[in-house]
Design a protein around this ligand. Structure first.
Ligand code: SF4
Ligand code: SF4
Length: 72
């Protein structure tokens, strides 16, 4: 069985790093975000500029697909 699971990622948060190949579409990050800054559908994972970089989604992601780059 072959299935194309590739989804795109759209980032308006410059220091959010997403390893999209790891993402399994669980939605945990979306549910934990207090700012509703994450949007997920079948083809796209999006982080919008409402993100306050609180780091909750990073800690919540079960596969470590998300990372916030430390501010220099
Ligand atoms: S870092 Fe915080 S505010 Fe930004 S997307 Fe993740 S949970 Fe939402
Ligand atoms: S919590 Fe991680 S694996 Fe789940 S949808 Fe978000 S980025 Fe993907």
């Amino acid at each position: 069985m072959e299935e194309d699971e590739g989804i795109g990622v759209h980032l308006e948060v410059p220091d959010m790093l997403v390893t999209i190949e790891k993402c399994m579409h669980c939605g945990a990050c979306v549910g934990t975000c207090p700012e509703n800054a994450i949007y997920l559908n079948d083809v796209l994972l999006e982080f919008n500029s409402d993100c306050t970089r609180c780091g909750r989604c990073v800690r919540m992601c079960p596969v470590g697909a998300l990372k916030l780059e430390a501010k220099a």
